[in-house]
Every structure is written in C-alpha cells, then in structure tokens.
Design a protein around this ligand. Structure first.
Ligand code: URA
Length: 192
C-alpha cells in the first residue's frame, strides 16, 4: 500500500484522470478544515462555485451549511468537510456509481488520516456510500449507527433544504443530536 500521508493523497489526485469527471472540471476539490477534527462532514460532490474556487461547500448550499454549523456553536474550521467525489459532475448531477467508486479510495485515505469520531453524511449520496446503500434520508435522517467505534449519521443535504424549507426543522433536530453526540463523546474521553 502507498504511504498514508496528506502529501501522498495530494500527489495521488494531482491531475487525476481516473474517471470522466476530469474532462470538464476546473478544480479538484479535496476538502478543507481541521485535519485532526473529531467531526467530518461529507457531501456529494463540488458544484459550480466549488469547482471554480476549489473549496467545498462555498455556494448557496455551503452558506446554509455554515449557518447550520453555527447553530450548534461550531465553526467550519473546527470540522473537516469533503465530498464523495472530488470533481464536479456536469450540471450538478448525482455522481455515477463508477465515479463514486473510483473516488472513494481518496475519501478512505482522508478518513484514515483524520480518524474522526463522528461522520455526518449530507444527503443521500454520502449516506449511500458511507452509511447504508439502501438509505432513505426522509426515514433515516438523525439515526446514528456505530461502525468500528465511529458514529455515522445521515441528514438532509443543505441543497435539499434550500429546495424544501419544510425539512429544516428535522435538519435542525439532527444537528442538535450531533451536538449531543459530540458532548457525549467528549465526556466519555475525559480521563483517557
Ligand atoms: N454540494 C455538495 O455536495 N458539495 C459541495 O461541496 C457543494 C455542494
């Protein structure tokens, strides 16, 4: 196995052409935030603004995500934020399975380096690959599962909340649940 380091990950994706998303992208959006964060947020893939700027969640959905994070007294710098695919799917379509599968090793390496205690899956694509392949967000949002000592929770993608405001209350409750889980984990870790 190749060396596990951020430099190796950055080197591996530089100029990546492993899937068709390379053809129309402007930027490879690896992710950003605290590389030793306890909490990782994973979305679907960069949109137009992210592709132009090279950072995740900087467009309208990103601005809403910032507000959601602020609502639980956190800042995006406290977390690590990334996506299932690192290049923009044309027209912001859902990534194809082969695109997601091709890109997932990068996310696995990020995960192995960060070693988060909590992973929040933003929307159905992230939840499908990280939580449950048959996920239904409307039914499963806010429900925690533990895998090898790491807690995973799916919630609504902020873009879905922009399209349908009626989901905001549920999303808000999911974030409260995240804040609770984080507190629990922090308290459990005391005295380690
Ligand atoms: N939507 C996503 O899933 N990710 C981004 O980075 C931006 C919008």
């Amino acid at each position: 196995m190749a060396e596990l380091s951020w430099e190796a990950v950055e080197e591996e994706i530089r100029g990546c052409n492993r899937c068709g998303l390379c053809e129309r992208r402007n930027s490879i959006v690896l992710g950003e935030g605290d590389r030793s964060a306890d909490i990782m947020f994973v979305g679907e893939g960069p949109g137009g603004d992210e592709d132009r700027i090279g950072r995740p969640f900087v467009g309208r959905a990103g601005q809403l995500l910032d507000k959601m994070i602020a609502a639980i007294d956190m800042k995006r710098e406290d977390l690590y934020i990334t996506n299932i695919v690192k290049c923009r799917p044309p027209g912001n379509r859902t990534p194809l399975d082969e695109e997601a599968q091709t890109c997932l090793p990068v996310l696995r390496q990020q995960y192995a380096l960060i070693r988060p205690k909590i992973v929040v899956c933003l929307g159905a694509t992230a939840a499908k690959y990280l939580y449950d392949p048959n996920v239904r967000i409307t039914r499963m949002h806010g429900k925690w599962i533990e895998k090898a000592g790491v807690w995973f929770m799916p919630t609504f993608h902020p873009a879905a909340l922009l399209r349908d405001e009626s989901k905001k209350r549920d999303a808000w409750e999911d974030l409260q649940s995240l804040a609770e889980k984080y507190k629990e984990i922090k308290n459990a870790g005391k005295g380690d």
